[in-house]
Design a binder for this molecule. Sequence first.
Ligand SMILES: [Zn+2]
Length: 214
Amino acid sequence: MPELVFFSGTMDCGKSTLALQIAHNRSARGLQSVIFTRDDRAGEGKLSSRLGLVTEAVEATPELDLYGFVVERLSRGGKVDYIVVDEAQFLVTEQIDQLARIVDDLDLDVFAFGITTDFRTRLFPGSQRLIELADRVETLQVEAMCWCGARATHNARTVGGEMVVEGEQVVVGDVGAGIVGYEVLCRRHHRKRMTSATARAAALSPDVLPVTSG
Ligand SMILES: [Zn+2]
């Protein structure tokens, strides 16, 4: 039976690497995929992992009907054996419904990879819909670590190293160049808003924790 599977995790938990691995293993057996992604760090129409691997993908802009895209490819004689979706949290809810329809009406497996919650610990709409519709939700076992060594379960957005809890849900951070970045933290340090940078600053002035006034 074909399935809609949601592989979930924090940032840095190896989602994109696993997505690429699945595509590699199946293409080695002659199976062909359609890979959808959205706002990949490598740019439009790319699926990349932090380990440096990259492959071509279809950019799932909000207007794109994913079901219609696959039907069209099939009707033009294209071969599609399964679907991979990376950054699935960025899809709109209708697109998750389209993925379920691909499974049910086209009998194809759909492997969706995404972050469950945003920097405010709220579910992304795409992830929420996946949890509602998926046949299976798998929590990825390659666990990211907080700076304290605990299991990182939450995504923090940082501006200049300081954690922020307000702002647009989706700001794609250019971690290398921009001031907006992301860091995975344990829940304790997410609640205390203590990033590696603020923890380092606190360690350098051991008398008091930094207090912001005004
Ligand atoms: Zn921690």
